[in-house]
Design a protein around this ligand. Structure first.
Ligand code: HEM
Length: 392
């Protein structure tokens, strides 16, 4: 069999892509060619994904970063990979997490949950005032998620910040993406300097209290902001899934206690791209009958592993009551998503309010024809819904 080529986006929402299914049939850890044209291993089964992400021999370092195999051509991923010694890199990663984690727990989450509910209602007010039809991705999910991000980080101007973030995440536009990344860092350094003089109740200010260097604060804020970028896509995917499965939508509307399991189900299948986090083997690793060689690229796919039929019965069924649902959306171990509680709060608040305030919300295009990013639309790391045409 010829090595399958990953395409990074344009998958059918809620279904396992046929190319990825064929790759999975060749094994839990299978050979693929990346969108950047390099050879890699794709992890296609949940057990192996978890095992490898918890394995300290797999990390974000490569002995020769310039010559390493690449997943997609974007400077955003280049930032994450260093030539450092693996143990030192893990220690630094642990330090970064230690600086961020306190801002996503307890009192801060409760304060943010209140703010998120207000922002959700304001965003729906705007959509209702403009009247149907609407593009709920660009008129709801994207602006809402960025308002939440700005509130979290402590950024006053969401427009300029959003343009820099999206610019830095573009695929196959390395020159402009690198320029946007430089500008983003300069922006975040200026933000940090300002917070030292006039602090607020936000992530930038609290990081400034414990980290003396503005460059380091900017790096952490960039990491949190890039990580945040997946939220609007997931949010829109969930709106589309609920609208495209009226029976499931009506189950949640009839019993709002199902909102929590519905959010988990959206997190499991609400992807429109392979969702790969690139890692490199520091040593040879024998797993699932293959040997990953030191220096090899390993793509830990959080998309196809959500459809693993060894774990999820009838995996392509969108079931708002699915239990148990041990999906991999937020990853594992040292990679586990720090913003998971915030993402859950935002998705839950948005679906609750939309079901309540826009009960007749429906797609104006067939479910399988929702426009995705890619091709002429340009591409983003992790892909996304491009437009979500809806009426009510
Ligand atoms: C539905 C929305 C989200 C999903 C599916 C998601 C998923 C993920 C995944 C898979 C990772 C691991 C990435 C890697 O290993 O390279 C990650 C990391 C991370 N996420 Fe999220 N995320 C979401 C929302 C958020 C939000 C709202 C924030 C808040 C700022 C956030 C902050 C982070 C951070 C800081 C990391 C880096 C953790 C580390 O490297 O130690 N995420 N996320």
């Amino acid at each position: 069999m010829e090595t399958p080529v990953l395409k990074c986006g344009n998958l059918v929402l809620g279904e396992l892509d046929p190319v990825l299914r064929a790759v999975r049939d060749t094994g839990p850890v299978a050979r693929v060619r990346t969108p950047a044209g390099d050879d890699a291993w794709l992890v296609t089964r949940l057990a192996e994904l978890r095992q490898l992400l918890l394995d300290p021999r797999l990390g974000k370092t490569h002995p020769d970063p310039a010559a390493r195999p690449r997943y997609v051509r974007t400077p955003m991923f280049d930032l994450a990979v260093s030539g450092a010694e693996p143990a030192a890199a893990r220690e630094r990663h642990g330090d970064i997490r230690a600086a961020l984690v306190p801002h996503f727990t307890g009192r801060k989450m409760r304060r943010l949950a209140g703010r998120v509910a207000v922002l959700v209602d304001e965003q729906i007010d705007e959509v209702l005032a403009a009247g149907p039809p609407a593009d709920l991705h660009n008129d709801f999910s994207l602006p809402l998620s960025f308002r939440v991000l700005c509130d979290l980080v402590g950024v006053p101007d969401s427009g300029g910040f959003l343009a820099l973030l999206l610019g830095a995440g573009e695929v196959d536009a390395e020159h402009t993406a690198a320029a946007a990344l430089d500008e983003l860092y300069a922006y975040l350094r200026r933000l940090a300097a300002g917070k030292r003089v006039s602090p607020g109740d936000d992530l930038a200010s609290t990081l400034c209290e414990v980290i003396p260097d503005d460059d380091d604060v900017a790096g952490l804020l960039a990491l949190a902001s890039f990580s945040f970028l997946v939220t609007p896509s997931n949010l829109s995917a969930g709106i589309a899934l609920l609208a495209g499965h009226p029976g499931e939508r009506d189950r949640v509307r009839a019993d709002p206690r199902l909102l929590d399991t519905a959010v988990e189900e959206v997190l499991r299948v609400g992807r429109v791209a392979e969702s790969c986090v690139p890692r490199y083997a520091a040593e040879d690793i024998a797993v699932a009958g293959v040997v990953i060689r030191a220096g090899d690229l390993v793509l830990c796919d959080h998309y196809s592993t959500g459809f693993d039929d060894r774990v999820f019965p009838d995996p392509e069924r969108f079931d708002v009551g699915r239990r148990p649902n041990p999906h991999p959306a937020f990853s594992y171990g040292l990679s586990h998503c720090i913003g998971a509680p915030l993402a859950r709060v935002e998705l839950r608040a948005a679906y609750a309010a939309l079901l309540r305030r826009m009960p007749d919300l429906r797609l104006t295009v067939p479910f399988g024809e929702i426009p995705m990013l890619g091709g002429e639309q340009g591409d983003q790391v992790g892909g996304s819904i491009a437009r979500l045409p809806m009426t009510w």
